[in-house]
Design a protein around this ligand. Structure first.
Ligand SMILES: [Zn+2]
Length: 281
C-alpha cells in the first residue's frame, strides 16, 4: 500500500501562530513510514489522526523554518523508541543539520546522534530507503538550502514543491508525478517573494498534469479566500482534481488515486470572526 496522510494545510509565520489550518506536515506510508516537515503540532496531530509516531522509519526536515522542523526532535525521540535505540533515518537540509549562515542548526547533536543514519541532502541528490527513493528538487526560497521532493514509490511518483517561488524550470522537476503536493502561501495572484500563489499552481498543474494536487502551507489570506473555493477554481482552470491538505486527509495511490476528506474540517465560521484588519500574511 502507498498512502499519504496529511496533518494540516497551514503555513507562514502568521498562520503558524493562529493554527486555523494546522501545521503538522504529512506522512508517507509505504514499506517504510516517513514524516515530512513536522511543523508545530505534528506530534499531537499524529495522535489525533491515529498515526503512530513510534512506527516512523524516517523524518525529513527540508529547511530551517519552524513550520517545517519544529516537532522534528520529538518525532526523532519516537522513531528511536524514546531514544533507547539508534534507529531510523533523519534527512535534512544543510541548514537544519549543520547550520548555514543565520539558519540553524535546528536539530540538536544529541537527537541527530540517535538516528541510525543522518543524511544531508542538497537539491539534485537522492537517497534510497526501503522501497522508496527520495530525490530532491531545487527551490527559490529564503533558506537557500531548501529542497523539494520527488518521492519514487512502488505506486508512482509523489512530488512536493515545498516552499518556493515560481520559476521557469520548476514544472520540469515534477513531470510524471501522480500526486503533486504544492505549498501555496497566497490565494489568487497575490504573489510574494519565495512562495507560490494559487495562480502559480495553475501554471504548474497545466504543465505537470498530475492525477491529484494537494494544497499546503496556506497563509492568513485564505481566510478571505477559503481553501475549498480556491481548490475548485484551480480544478476548473486545469482539469486537475485539487484538494486542501486538511489534517486527516488521506490519499491512496494503489490504483486510481483516491482521496478521503477528513470528517471534521476547519469551520469557516471560526475564520470569519477575525476582523479584516487582523488578516495579514
Ligand atoms: Zn519556508
Amino acid at each position: 500500500m502507498v498512502e499519504l496522510a496529511f496533518l494540516g494545510c497551514g503555513g507562514g509565520r502568521y498562520q503558524v501562530i493562529a493554527q486555523h489550518f494546522k501545521t503538522g506536515g504529512f506522512r508517507l506510508h509505504a514499506g517504510v513510514k516517513i514524516h515530512v516537515d513536522p511543523g508545530p503540532g505534528a506530534l499531537l496531530l499524529s495522535h489525533q489522526h491515529n498515526l503512530d509516531p513510534l512506527a516512523l522509519d524516517c523524518v525529513v526536515a527540508t529547511h530551517c523554518h519552524p513550520d517545517h522542523y519544529c516537532d522534528a526532535e520529538v518525532l526523532i525521540e519516537a522513531m528511536t523508541q524514546h531514544m533507547t535505540r539508534r534507529r531510523g533515518v533523519l534527512i535534512g537540509s544543510e541548514s537544519v543539520l549543520k547550520g548555514m549562515g543565520k539558519f540553524g542548526p535546528a536539530i540538536s547533536r544529541f537527537h541527530q546522534g540517535k538516528a541510525e543514519k543522518v543524511v544531508c541532502l542538497r537539491a539534485g541528490e537522492s537517497y534510497e530507503l526501503g522501497d522508496i527513493k527520495v530525490e530532491t528538487t531545487p527551490t527559490k526560497h529564503g533558506d537557500p538550502t531548501t529542497f523539494g521532493l520527488k518521492i519514487h514509490s512502488q505506486k508512482g511518483i509523489i512530488g512536493y514543491t515545498n516552499d518556493t517561488q515560481y520559476f521557469d524550470e520548476l514544472a520540469k522537476h515534477f513531470i510524471g508525478s501522480r500526486v503533486l503536493i504544492a505549498n501555496v502561501t497566497r490565494p489568487l495572484a497575490m504573489r510574494i517573494p519565495w512562495h507560490l500563489c494559487s495562480d502559480d499552481l495553475i501554471t504548474l498543474l497545466n504543465k505537470v498534469k498530475p492525477e491529484l494536487a494537494v494544497m499546503l502551507h496556506m497563509g492568513m489570506l485564505f481566510l478571505k479566500h477559503p481553501p475549498e473555493k480556491e481548490a475548485k477554481r484551480i480544478k476548473t482552470a486545469t482539469g486537475v482534481e485539487t484538494v486542501p491538505g486538511y489534517a486527516g486527509l488521506r490519499v491512496n495511490l494503489d490504483k486510481k488515486v483516491k482521496f478521503k476528506r477528513p470528517t471534521k474540517q476547519p469551520s469557516l465560521e471560526a475564520f470569519v470572526r477575525l476582523p479584516p484588519e487582523r488578516i495579514e500574511v
